[in-house]
Design a binder for this molecule. Structure first.
Ligand SMILES: Nc1ncnc2c1ncn2[C@@H]1O[C@H](COP(=O)(O)OP(=O)(O)O)[C@@H](O)[C@H]1O
Ligand SMILES: [Mg+2]
Length: 360
């Protein structure tokens, strides 16, 4: 056998060779096993009859062939003959020296990979943020240069042209603000845990909101006065509440609305972890507004970074909120219908101080 044939036979991944008319020319041993067919019986069979893919690939496939470029497709369900579909990644490339022929590798995703899919979504979000942080850093310097140049230029311009340099300066400011938010995300340190009076946090957030972005809102306090101390980082929790109040105020619009800050104790609330253990999170804080509610289209993803329903929104507010709460070992959830949106935070109680510090 030639080395090429050896490689073909030994490849531990299902591989298919496809001719210029989208028919199977050859399949390797791994593909025989995977598709549960013999190589002889599938020669000449149209590829898409043998490999059932849930998303239409013909066009992308044709383009890869025409442009002689490889094509990678992640997360497609591939069925074959009698076998139930399996989630796979496809790697497709033109065969060198044989015009029109394509080689297709099928990599079934392992079961473990599918189970932790949720985690991989999370880490995708993380790397998106990591990437954005890097970009933020790289963009800020040249942007400062652009703004400075526009300001210099504006000194020698007529009044009409000034509008243009003003636009440059203004838009640059907007970008800087966005970049700062991205950077803030990256700079978030682990919580500095201490005993926190949640009502103090709510009060601080409320006062600051009423003086600024929430000036046209009514913010009602509905506290359980016997609520025990929480375990948390007061500054980070303040950021959380401010973000939620800001979103509610922005959703309400110019006419304003009402926000209710509701705290209560729910002894039985536990967060179940994947490993089966649970953590008691009895302190509940709800931030309830009577605005229009979450836009239907983004309802399921509001805690993901860069998901925003507002023009000029960054989609980083709730991602930051969710990161802080998860660093606190707490949980956040939302229910929303027009007229009533409830963000609920559940937090751990501060450990009881049973051993007052002794002098040594
Ligand atoms: N209380 C709320 N009422 C209605 N929609 C909300 C509320 N809070 C958040 N949203 C929606 O969720 C989106 C994401 O919010 P956020 O992550 O803070 O990003 P941003 O505020 O930059 O858009 C908002 O754009 C808005 O569409
Ligand atoms: Mg926001």
């Amino acid at each position: 056998m030639s080395p090429a044939a050896d490689i073909w036979a030994s490849l531990p991944v299902p591989a298919l060779l496809i001719d210029a008319d989208d028919r199977i020319l050859e399949i390797n041993a791994a593909a025989e096993g995977f598709l549960n067919v013999s190589a002889k019986s599938v020669v000449g069979v149209p590829i898409w009859d043998q490999v059932n893919v849930d998303s239409p690939l013909e066009e992308a496939f044709a383009r890869a062939r025409a442009h002689e470029t490889p094509l990678f497709v992640n997360d497609v369900d591939v069925g074959g003959g009698q076998r139930a579909p399996l989630q796979c990644a496809l790697q497709i490339a033109p065969l060198q020296g044989a015009p029109g022929q394509m080689i297709m590798l099928i990599s079934p995703r392992e079961l473990a990979g599918r189970i932790t899919q949720h985690d991989s979504v999370k880490s995708a979000a993380k790397s998106a943020i990591g990437m954005a942080e890097m970009l933020a850093h790289e963009i800020k310097n040249p942007l400062a240069g652009i703004t400075g140049a526009a300001q210099l230029l504006s000194m020698s311009l007529s009044k009409d042209d000034l509008e243009l340099t003003d636009l440059i300066v203004e838009e640059s400011r907007r970008i800087v603000k966005l970049l700062e938010q991205v950077e803030q995300f990256g700079n978030l340190s682990p919580p500095d845990f201490r005993e926190v009076n949640i009502h103090d946090v709510l009060d601080r957030a409320r006062r600051s909101a009423l003086l600024g972005f929430g000036a046209n809102m009514k913010i009602i306090e509905d506290y359980d006065p016997s609520l025990p101390m929480a375990q948390g980082d007061p500054d980070q929790l303040l950021q959380v509440v401010l973000n939620l109040l800001k979103n509610a105020s922005e959703a309400a619009g110019k006419d304003g609305g009402t926000i209710r800050l509701h705290s209560y104790f729910e002894h039985s609330f536990r967060l179940r972890r994947a490993d089966g253990t649970g953590r008691s999170l009895p302190l509940q804080v709800e931030i309830i507004d009577d605005g229009p509610g979450l836009p239907e289209a983004i309802k399921a993803d509001v805690f993901d970074p860069f998901v925003s329903g507002r023009e000029n929104g960054t989609g980083l507010g709730l991602a930051l909120v969710s990161k802080i709460i998860s660093d606190h070992g707490g949980s956040i959830s939302v229910t929303s219908v027009p007229g009533r949106t409830v963000f609920r935070l559940s937090l751990a109680r501060a450990p009881k101080q049973t051993n007052p510090k002794k002098e040594v």
